[in-house]
Design a protein around this ligand. Structure first.
Ligand SMILES: [Ca+2]
Ligand SMILES: [Ca+2]
Ligand SMILES: [Ca+2]
Ligand SMILES: [Ca+2]
Length: 496
């Protein structure tokens, strides 16, 4: 869900069309080559889900965000604070499957975090355990006079792994009277501790990169802040690429604007191989949906070349923007995929975010780019435009990214990479987003891809996740999706 804010608010503004119901089936069902397990039913606005090792269990945990309730204020949908939940596998350690999970709140509505989007899991304070960095904010707040965007990180204190955390635990027996007080003291010390990086910002944040961007040995945050202002005006959006210098202990300097533009999921990598870190990004805002005729507006995919040094600080003057390609329309994400074809080479995959379904408001659909996942290939000089081709050479009948005609919907969306079918090569898990179902793109031979609908995913629209991991260590991959449209979080486990 590249622009959950835009799609969501528009969906809700036209809420009469938004009702999607599915009969509640068994929690787990065999479907084709996959078993589907629904682990959250009737969740309030599931948004994004990350996968990582956060607690002592050797199996991965899930960190899943909820946008929470939206209330109508006149014609506008106004979100109430959301939440973030940790899921720990509660099944047996061997053969326990993926259908039993213990949940722990990390962020609760009382924390006042608006629209928590893609969590980044990383050891922010370098004490040995994995913490959660949470970008948040509602894209349309800027047009309603609110400043509720935030970047926060949540300190993992489940297992004391530093001297400081151990010492804190030893204070409980001294300060507590009775077992009940002792338990309460210990429980509070193990709660996720909030740290504010940015609060009350007019920018909304969807995603970020936690990386040492200025080469001082301490990780920093590179992100994109967005403000949508008037929903009916596509030219008034403010999009700012930002750098927040980290001190290595969980503190961050205020954001420095590096550029206007980029998209909500920037990728920090050395694009041109000259030894310094650049930024690559899909762009959504400012990109014309009309791709027939002379080019107008922003490019679909861009990169920002680092041309200066970090010695005098990292600023906008250190970067030069280059177009990767245009003509794919507003776009969702760009990925540099290590060894995608199994030949040792990195490949670039771009995901656009468009709608060519008759009845979708906007310019005539024949003028727009088809929704697709693309292979983007730089030439000898990556500053020149790259070649672009659809990634999948075959698409199952009826498995196109056909988006709902509902206003604000576009496809595809969140995309993950991993070996889904266990044959040793990388495949893709793709959220249809505005196409209200899920997909997987199978690598059938090196560099050859076939697009399929994930079975039993009809209705799973506006889904985050698209994470691929072996959640129960049974040797088969599990795909995780959290769908705003259907209010469910589910796992598709490959079965052979
Ligand atoms: Ca930590
Ligand atoms: Ca740094
Ligand atoms: Ca570079
Ligand atoms: Ca595979």
């Amino acid at each position: 869900m590249r622009t959950p804010a835009r799609t969501t608010v528009t969906a809700l503004a036209f809420a009469t069309a938004a009702a999607v119901t599915t009969a509640a089936g068994p929690a787990s069902a065999d479907v084709g080559d996959f078993t589907r397990t629904v682990i959250a039913e009737d969740a309030v606005g599931p948004a994004f889900t990350a996968v990582g090792d956060l607690v002592g269990d050797a199996r991965p945990e899930l960190v899943s965000t909820r946008y929470g309730k939206l209330t109508m204020q006149g014609p506008s949908a106004l979100p109430e604070p959301g939440s973030v939940t940790l899921y720990e596998n509660a099944g047996r350690k061997r053969g326990g499957g993926v259908d039993r999970w213990t949940t722990t709140p990390v962020v609760e509505p009382s924390d006042g975090i608006i629209f928590p989007s893609e969590p980044t899991l990383a050891d922010v304070d370098r004490d040995g355990d994995t913490d959660i960095i949470q970008p948040a904010g509602y894209f349309w707040d800027s047009g309603m006079g609110f400043s509720r965007g935030s970047l926060t990180w949540w300190e993992n204190r489940d297992n004391p792994r530093s001297v400081r955390e151990l010492l804190a635990l030893t204070t409980c027996p001294r300060t507590s009277r009775g077992v009940a007080q002792l338990k309460k003291c210990l429980a509070e010390l193990r709660e996720w501790k909030r740290h504010d990086v940015i609060t009350d910002s007019p920018f909304s944040y969807h995603d970020l990169q936690f990386v040492d961007f200025d080469g001082d040995g301490r990780k920093d945050i590179v992100t994109v802040g967005e403000q949508g202002f008037n929903p009916s005006d596509t030219t008034d959006d403010v999009v700012e690429l930002q750098f927040l210098k980290g001190d290595g202990k969980g503190g961050f300097a205020p954001p420095v604007a590096l550029a206007d533009g980029g998209g909500s999921s920037p990728v920090v990598t050395d694009v041109d191989g000259d030894g310094d870190l650049d930024i690559a990004s899909a762009q959504y805002f400012g990109v014309s949906p009309v791709v027939v005729g002379p080019p107008t507006g922003e490019a679909s995919f861009v990169w920002f070349e680092r041309v200066g040094t970090a010695a005098d600080g990292v600023t906008a003057s250190d970067f030069e923007k280059h177009e990767i390609s245009r003509g794919q329309g507003p776009s969702f994400s760009l990925h540099r995929v290590d060894n995608l074809f199994g030949d040792g080479e990195d490949r670039w995959v771009g995901v656009n975010h468009t709608n060519t379904t008759a009845g979708n408001p906007g310019p005539p659909v024949f003028l727009r780019a088809e929704p697709d996942v693309f292979l983007l290939t730089p030439g000898a000089d990556p500053r020149a435009p790259w070649s672009v081709a659809p990634l999948a050479s075959t698409v199952d009948p009826g498995a196109e990214f056909t988006a709902s005609p509902r206003p604000g919907q576009a496809a595809p969306g969140k995309t993950g990479f991993g070996d889904i079918d266990g044959d040793g090569d990388l495949d893709l898990a793709v959220s249809g987003d505005g196409a209200f179902r899920l997909y997987w793109i199978e690598q059938t031979a090196p560099g050859v891809f076939a697009q399929h609908v994930l079975p039993e995913s009809e209705g799973w629209g506006q889904a985050g996740g698209a994470k691929i991991a072996d959640l129960d260590h049974d040797g088969n991959s599990d795909l995780v999706f959290s769908s705003f449209e259907i209010n469910k979080v589910g796992i598709w486990s490959h079965t052979r």
